[in-house]
Design a protein around this ligand. Structure first.
Ligand SMILES: Cc1cc2nc3c(=O)[nH]c(=O)nc-3n(C[C@H](O)[C@H](O)[C@H](O)COP(=O)(O)OP(=O)(O)OC[C@H]3O[C@@H](n4cnc5c(N)ncnc54)[C@H](O)[C@@H]3O)c2cc1C
Length: 422
């Protein structure tokens, strides 16, 4: 019987596991069947929606930079290191290049296809799968997974039991569940004896108890410092752009801090504060005093409008309890002190939720300590491999998450062949 590898989940992780397994088997002239199962009618739905349909394929730079800038936790950096060196951002770009998909890196290092179409990236990967003779089974949801006494894997699909000799689980996280990522593989891993780190939102918006006023929706605050606070104590901070939405906040700085917020809210109420003036207390005070002295007849709001979006200014003055028509020469010492405090610690209010479903990725999943980072093989079940977001890894925005899926997928596919060939 020809040895076979079953790969569950046809996202970036599963596709690269399949490509690596087929290529490795062929290079080592081993007969091997590689089956890729995807529940959707087509592979790679998250590749298609990634980067707003433009697909931020990966990030430019050295692997060391990708690890440090892309993955906030040291445990993630350590876990991913070997896989990211084994299958790099340059190899992904080269593979796409062979399928005539040329790419460019933006100034911030994010790599996109020149065509600006995620569809072209997916078409290239589908073509590569055909070239590598991977058996792709779409509309094929794996409904159960069992490890047999003789070490094989029985997987149930569309009422049939299929036996494979090695199994790669690559079913993704649990957010954007309408795309098919309902956490099936995480459930199978748990049933097979793996510890599952609770799943939480990452790269998600933050919802506030009191929704922002309609006039603020759509306002973007550029390069500000935001903090998650509890009882006035700063628990986490980020710098970047913040967008005010119907239900709360979004934008790069919020997406980046959302995973910490999702964890912190479990320990009690948290709020979001921001330094909207760009300076610390002393600097802000000095700035206001200088303005007060040089433009005594000017309205305070005129100055604030030069710093902040106009629609935002009335809310700042209200929070500082400074009447909206105040002129500099009328401003009392107390009012000035409150204005300083508001500019440095503007309160967006209490967080109601960091919605898991809206996270571009999910943190949590299969605990990293139970997976060999050199092979992606389970330390609990020999012959079981993991790839992609179902592992307890969650990167920053910038192409890091797809790269983590390609790299872990590649290593899982290669190692599955080595395991069967040992
Ligand atoms: C809106 C959005 C935009 C994003 N943009 C970017 C970006 O520009 N750059 C970037 O790096 N990252 C981006 N990400 C994150 C990135 O898409 C994911 O981290 C990455 O796709 C994870 O790959 P994966 O293969 O692990 O999982 P997924 O891509 O989620 O693939 C898992 C697949 O498994 C299938 N599946 C699940 N259960 C079963 C089952 N029982 N049987 C068969 N199949 C099953 C699912 O249908 C799915 O296709 C974005 C995510 C979202 C939601």
């Amino acid at each position: 019987m020809t040895p076979s590898i079953a790969i569950v989940g046809g996202g970036a992780g599963g596709i690269f596991a399949a490509l690596a397994a087929s290529r490795t088997a062929r290079e080592q002239t081993i007969a091997m069947e590689v089956h890729l199962f995807e529940r959707n009618p087509r592979l790679g739905i998250k590749i298609l929606i990634s980067g707003g349909g433009k697909c931020n394929i990966t990030h430019a730079g050295t692997i060391e930079e990708l690890l440090i800038e892309g993955f906030p936790r040291k445990t993630e950096q350590r876990f991913l290191k070997s896989a990211m060196y084994r299958y790099t951002n340059e190899e992904v770009i080269a593979l796409l290049g062979m399928q005539n998909v040329s790419v460019h890196a933006r100034e911030n290092g994010r790599v996109f296809p020149d065509s600006g179409r995620a569809e072209d990236v997916l078409l290239a990967l589908e073509q590569e799968l055909r070239k590598q003779h991977v058996s792709v089974h779409t509309n094929s949801r794996i409904e159960s997974v069992a490890h047999t006494e003789d070490g094989n894997w029985n997987i149930e699909c569309n009422g049939e039991i299929i036996t494979a000799h090695a199994l790669v689980l690559a079913t993704g996280g649990t957010s954007y569940s309408k795309t098919g990522t309902t956490g099936d593989g995480i459930g199978y891993a748990r049933e097979l004896g793996h510890t599952i780190v609770p799943v939480r939102a990452a790269l998600a918006p933050i919802y506030l108890k009191e929704a922002p006023a309609q006039s603020l929706v759509g306002i973007s605050l550029r390069n500000i410092n935001i903090s998650v606070t509890r009882n006035g104590k700063i628990l986490a901070s980020r710098r970047g752009d913040v967008l005010i939405t119907h239900r709360g906040l979004s934008g790069p700085a919020i997406l980046s801090i959302s995973n910490q917020a999702a964890m912190l809210i479990e320990g009690g109420p948290i709020s979001i504060h921001a330094n909207i003036g760009g300076h610390n207390e002393d600097g802000t005070r000095a700035m206001l005093i200088a303005e007060q002295q040089s433009n005594p007849k000017q309205q305070v709001k005129t100055y604030l409008e030069s710093l902040l979006p106009n629609h935002f200014v009335p809310f700042v003055m209200e929070q500082a309890e400074v009447p909206s028509d105040r002129k500099w020469h009328e401003l009392t010492r107390d009012e000035r002190a409150r204005l300083v405090s508001t500019l440095v610690h503007y309160s967006f209010g209490e967080v109601s939720e960091v919605p898991l479903e809206r996270g571009e990725v999910t943190s949590g999943g299969v605990a990293l300590g139970e997976v060999d980072p050199k092979t992606m093989m389970s330390r609990v079940r020999p012959g079981l491999f993991f790839a992609g977001e179902m592992l307890d890894v969650a990167g920053e925005i910038g192409g890091y998450n797809l790269q983590a899926a390609y790299s872990t997928g590649w290593v899982a596919g290669e190692s599955a062949v080595d395991f069967l060939n040992a």
